[in-house]
Design a protein around this ligand. Sequence first.
Ligand code: IPM
Ligand code: MG
Length: 360
Amino acid sequence: MKLNIVCIPGDGIGPEIVTEAKKVLNKVASVNGHEMDFTDILMGGASIDVHGVPLTDEAIETAKAADAVLMGSIGGDTNTSPWYKLSPEKRPEAGLLKIRKSLGLFANLRPAILYPELRGACPLKEEISVKGFDMLIMRELTGGLYFGERHTVEKDGQKVATDTLTYSEAEIRRIAIKGFEIAMKRRRKVTSVDKANVLDSSRLWRAVVNEVAKDFPEVTLEHMLVDNCAMQLVKDPSQFDVILTENMFGDILSDEASMVTGSIGMLASASLNDTKFGLYEPSHGSAPDIAGKDLANPIATILSAAMMLRYSFDLDKEADAIESAVDKVLKDGYRTGDIMSEGCRKVGCREMGDLIAERI
Ligand code: IPM
Ligand code: MG
């Protein structure tokens, strides 16, 4: 099979981790008789430096023509990087929002898993972490506050800023269906998270999710307010299977969920539209402080590549091979600095990529 993949190395540690993911994909291809065709495009700061904008229309067209997109990370230090002196629509993050919207990537899947080998890194009390957890946050990605109308005006001698949170029934329905579908392949539980005690958009969210639930009688549905969910994530994360939520709540809760795993360098993510097309990226950021030093953990990006094989190409066997190679490397005691613990061997980004590729 020929796999037509667009890569966005991006900023910070992005280029290093994408290089390792390509290394692993090439190994999978050679073992299984596939052909990988990689095309790089610029996005974020890297694109600003060359084109003056964080994403060109040409780059979007190149991405659209591919079967899937594999991304590293974008953005820099918001306090010191010159990119953040630009107006908001020209900053690195605007490129990410633009590609999500242009490619219709409304469903963002963010797994948060406590790896048994890395249990020691979990910041929660042992009596909580001992239960383990494996949840998936299904975040709506192209609506809500991120894409609502916004403006800042001068009123009565002071500035007034407005952002709007809008959801239509159709937008809620399509993400809810994705949430229930994925729950059917997991432990069949959906926790829909909203703020229905205050927001109209949340009351509509709840009503539509209840409707969709009727088509999935085997899935247990519960509703949870977002503030309570933030609390439950540290109190008892093992209660969650699929968390289904809107864009902004999902942004915040997915950072919290990844933090409680203690190993954000391990977490992959996928952003999907209604076809097989998807954009795959690690859940972590661009870590500009360690960029170019061969210190980054490439595992989240490598696992994102596995998700890409699974969701965009239906290559389950190949995806399994990557995931078990990652498991083996951990069992063999190799760690990058972020997940290092006593008695293990510390390796850099490149060596970690080599060790995983060797095990495929
Ligand atoms: C994320 C990031 C982005 C978001 C930023 C960089 C715009 O935090 O992917 O979670 O808020 O969606
Ligand atoms: Mg975020």
